[in-house]
Design a protein around this ligand. Structure first.
Ligand code: PLP
Length: 425
């Protein structure tokens, strides 16, 4: 297997002789066929091919295959956003009356999706403390539990997940483990190697890396045996009447989950990525293996610097020895976690806001994980829908500053923090 570095550059698009060197943008809603029967076979999923870009597009599929290779999966699809990826990953195997176990320390958008919108669709979530013991966690499973969901490194609490523990729990209850690997990226961690079954990404973050495009991706490891738990997953193991009674696991084997998500959910919900965005995402992916280590080394230096400053009340970065998650981070992400740090300043909320307002190089944006240093106050921005109680449950202190360290010169980033701290006093 090629190294991750080589996959970043050369994965996906494999031009034949005389074809473009660079991934072409198939900016076309539709595809032409010579005879009507051929098109009919495509609609019956009897033959592979393109007919309408809401379902599949060659540019998008090529970029999905690069991410699939990076994660070590068997099939993948791009989505219009990370939110769409998370939604489809769950909705592909759950419906009204089902239940999902999720870590409580997840992205605010995901917890809204789970506890507000999916609840309206009749899917019930139990949010759990990811650090609870296996015995405690086993208690929340029900006969109708269909999946377990968690983040490799949670946004913004930076909880590092014990992936093996969660995989054991999921598998002993006959359900797959879905991991949001947005922060770690496959450069730092491949969840499939630790037992996860499905990975989702917001490609909007490090993968794009330039804050240019919103996007998402779902990758399937192909390892979960849907047929062994056929009664739980009738959508995959019994006839789909909307495709003349085809059974996904019979016809598509290890690609059943992604094929169903594409053929059924993309067809009906249409949250596809545009070919242009997929092209831009691919440019980002070509340098992912260079940018991620630089984000991590810059963040490590910022975290160490903050720890020494007397203005700082606390610093949370899993790369710091002494951090609650240092050992788990060393195990699952020995080359670094991410470029995101959280910390609080003495003086509380007002001082934190003055500090952020005084940054010159670091910008206040609703974003993380791109090339530019950025900063956000979750309690007043991304997580403002959550009550104080929910904030603490999600691992977010009211004075938490989420600092996304970019790949600028480290001396400039440190100088900016220094001047903003002086101004915030
Ligand atoms: C941003 C983010 C999402 C949502 O992705 P969008 O592309 O903004 O829809 C999901 N999970 C994590 C961990 C994120 O950081």
């Amino acid at each position: 297997m090629a190294s991750k570095d080589t996959i970043c550059i050369q994965g996906g698009w494999q031009p034949k002789s005389g074809e473009p060197r660079i991934l072409p943008i198939y900016q076309s809603t539709t595809f032409k066929y010579g005879d009507s029967d051929h098109m009919g076979r495509l609609f019956d999923l009897e033959e592979e091919g393109y007919f309408y870009s809401r379902l599949q597009n060659p540019t998008c599929d090529t970029v999905a295959s690069k991410i699939c290779e990076l994660e070590g999966g068997v099939a993948a699809m791009l989505t219009s956003s990370g939110q769409a990826a998370t939604f489809l990953s769950i909705f592909n195997i759950c419906g009204a009356g089902d239940h999902v176990v999720s870590s409580a320390t997840i992205y605010g958008g995901s917890s809204n999706l789970f506890t507000v919108t999916l609840k309206k669709l009749g899917i019930d979530f139990t949010l759990v403390d990811p650090d609870a013991s296996e015995e405690e966690l086993a208690k929340v499973f029900r006969p109708n539990t269909k999946a377990v969901f968690a983040e490799t490194i949670s946004n913004p609490a930076l909880v590092v997940l014990d992936i093996e523990k969660f995989a054991r729990l999921a598998h002993s209850h006959g359900v797959p483990l879905i991991i949001d690997n947005t922060f770690a990226t496959p450069i730092n961690c491949r969840p499939f190697e630790w037992g996860a079954d499905i990975v989702v990404h917001s490609t909007t973050k490090y993968m794009d890396g330039h804050a240019a495009t919103i996007g998402g991706c779902i990758v399937d490891s192909g390892n979960f045996d849907w047929n062994a738990h056929a009664d739980k997953y009738p959508g995959l193991t019994t006839p789909d009447e909307s495709y003349h009674g085809l059974v996904y696991t019979e016809r598509f084997g290890k690609a059943a989950y992604i094929t169903k998500a594409t053929a059924q959910l993309m067809r009906d919900l249409g949250s596809c990525q545009s070919p242009m965005n997929a092209f831009l995402l691919n440019l980002g992916l070509e340098t992912l293996h260079l940018r991620v280590p630089r984000h991590c080394s810059n963040a490590q230096k910022v975290a160490e610097y903050l720890e020494k400053r007397e203005e700082v009340a606390w610093v949370n970065y899993p790369g710091l020895p002494g951090n609650k998650y240092y050992e788990l981070a060393q195990k699952y992400m020995p080359n670094g976690t991410s470029g995101v740090i959280s910390f609080g300043l003495k003086g509380g909320r007002e001082t934190c806001v003055r500090f952020m307002d005084s940054l010159k190089l670091g910008a206040i944006v609703t974003h993380v994980a791109d090339a530019r240093t950025s900063v956000l106050h979750p309690a007043s921005h991304t997580h403002r829908q959550l009550s104080d109680e929910q904030l603490v449950e999600a691992g977010v202190q009211p004075d938490l500053i989420r600092f996304s360290v970019g790949i600028e010169g480290i001396e400039d980033i440190l100088a900016d923090i220094d001047q903003a701290m002086a101004a915030a006093k």
